[in-house]
Design a protein around this ligand. Structure first.
Ligand code: HEM
Length: 457
């Protein structure tokens, strides 16, 4: 087939790029809109930076071919390096610390490791219900805020045996404030910093950012130091795996700076996305009484009144489909970059040289025609086993793809299903009938202003 040109929005100004379609606060939803008009591949120009978005099922299948493509650190991720350095998520493919940390930490994400986190996950879910019990029948709870407390607490305790006391403190932990500040700074300034005027404009917030980054480093270094200097053997967590390798001269050992980067990376990557996934799932459950009733019936039947054992979490097949379907419509890490590792042509039409890259727009992939007639609607039956088998591979990518896919996938799924089961068994949840879903975009996607009224069942 002949080469094709990549469509782009009609209005173009030299400096501001596709200014008429540009919305600083919701670039993902904005790109989804453009994709609806222009199709499964298109180009945008944002402040002089050229982006190609691809979301066609055939294109993503090819982009998943690890012999032609690899992870690309798109600008939004590259700017996170000031927070995560060469930690797992933000490492370039060629950086040796990626392979070392990946080898070192892989054992912390096996099934047997998940089993060892189960107790802590139950404890944290118990703190959420204690917090929520006091609010039943009263003022509605802010779902995204409470889910964020829960997921941060879970990764802090399972990964590093560190508690942020999220449910007991009045104001957010200073580390959390610094982290939120640093993340939003890195996202806000990604493009602004590409121009001299922009660099001048963000100077002040840059100074605050340095203070935030320093505070985060201090907290993490203190956790590391306390553990390293402790006479007792530490708990078997992520931190222990990294410190032991350093002690024992393991070939995969990483230095203290990189350990800090990994700790920060896991605290960040391990909570925002799962928090958003839980929030979207609760939103859809509150909007679909039939789905809610079916999910509650499943939890009642499988768990009864007992505390669920590890194996009983994965037995909530329907709750899992609710989670999968929520991540289909709103994959909370909404895009990932892929770059060509050889000169190649995408779907026979779009030539790519080594190093050329595209962004996979996951919410658009998840609405590709292969998902059938009701692809815009929430329907957990999209994930019935026979429906999954009838679809091509590579059409569902909430956790990315290939070697650099999400290491925390099983962790997130176990935690989210456990927490949804806990909530559904204990409460009837009532959304505000006047609420209209508003998706906030920070680093990740999150329902904004979504509250629930709770009633004990
Ligand atoms: C990577 C999504 C939960 C740790 C990724 C990537 C995606 C993703 C799309 C690939 C990014 C890219 O290609 O640039 C999600 C979603 C989650 C979730 C949707 C929850 C629903 C977690 C959790 C952890 C975690 C719970 C840790 C406990 C990581 C790490 C990487 C990663 C370390 C980088 C892996 C590497 O490059 O080696 N995640 N994630 N994630 N995720 Fe997750």
């Amino acid at each position: 087939t002949a080469e094709a040109t990549i469509p782009h929005p009609r209005w173009r100004l030299p400096v501001f790029g596709d200014v008429f379609g540009l919305s600083i606060r919701t670039p993902v939803q904005n790109s989804m809109e453009i994709g609806r008009r222009l199709g499964p591949i298109f180009e945008r120009n944002v402040l002089g930076n050229k982006f190609v978005f691809a979301s066609g099922a055939d294109m993503v299948a090819e982009l998943s071919d690890e012999s032609r493509f690899a992870k690309h650190l798109a600008p939004g991720v590259a700017s996170l390096r000031e927070v995560g350095g060469d930690g797992l998520f933000t490492a370039y493919n060629h950086e040796p610390n990626w392979g070392k940390a990946h080898n070192l930490l892989a054992p912390a994400f096996t099934k047997s490791a998940m089993r060892s986190y189960h107790r802590t996950m139950l404890d944290v879910a118990g703190e959420l219900t204690e917090h929520w019990d006091a609010r039943t029948g009263g003022t509605p709870v802010d779902v995204s805020s409470d889910m964020t407390k829960l997921t941060l607490e879970t990764i802090g305790r399972t990964g590093f045996s560190y508690s942020f006391d999220s449910f007991t403190r009045e104001r957010p932990h200073p580390f959390v404030q610094a982290m939120v500040g640093a993340l939003s700074h890195s996202q806000r300034t990604t493009f602004v910093k590409s121009t001299p005027l922009g660099r001048l404009l963000v100077r002040r917030s840059d100074r605050r950012n340095v203070a935030n980054l320093e505070h985060m480093a201090e907290v993490v270094d203190e956790v590391i130091r306390a553990r390293r200097d402790s006479a007792e053997a530490g708990p078997e967590d992520l931190l222990e795996l990294m410190l032991r390798a350093a002690r024992e001269d393991d070939p995969n050992r990483i230095d203290e700076l990189n350990i800090r980067h990994q700790v920060v990376t896991f605290l960040v990557a391990g909570h925002e996305t799962t928090s958003g996934a839980l929030s979207f799932a609760l939103y859809y459950l509150s909007r679909h009484p039939d789905v809610l009733a079916k999910a509650q019936a499943e939890v009642d039947a499988v768990w009864g009144d007992e505390e669920p054992a590890f194996e009983q979490v994965a037995k909530l097949r329907y709750v899992r489909r609710v989670l999968d379907e929520s991540l289909r419509l709103w994959p909370t890490a909404p895009a990932y970059g892929r770059e060509a590792t050889v000169d190649t042509t995408l779907v026979g039409k779009y030539p790519m040289k080594v190093g050329d890259w595209v962004l996979v727009l996951i919410p658009a992939l998840h609405r590709d025609p292969v998902w059938g007639e009701n692809r815009e609607a929430f329907d957990p039956d999209h994930f019935l086993p026979e429906r999954i088998r009838s679809r091509p591979a590579h059409v569902y990518k909430p956790f990315g793809t290939g070697e650099r896919a999400c290491i925390g996938r099983q962790f997130a799924i176990h935690e989210a299903v456990l927490v949804l089961g806990t909530i559904l068994r204990r409460y009837d949840i009532l959304g505000d009938p006047d609420y209209r879903l508003k998706v906030a975009e920070r680093l990740t996607l999150m329902p904004e202003g979504f509250t629930l009224q709770l009633r004990r069942r």
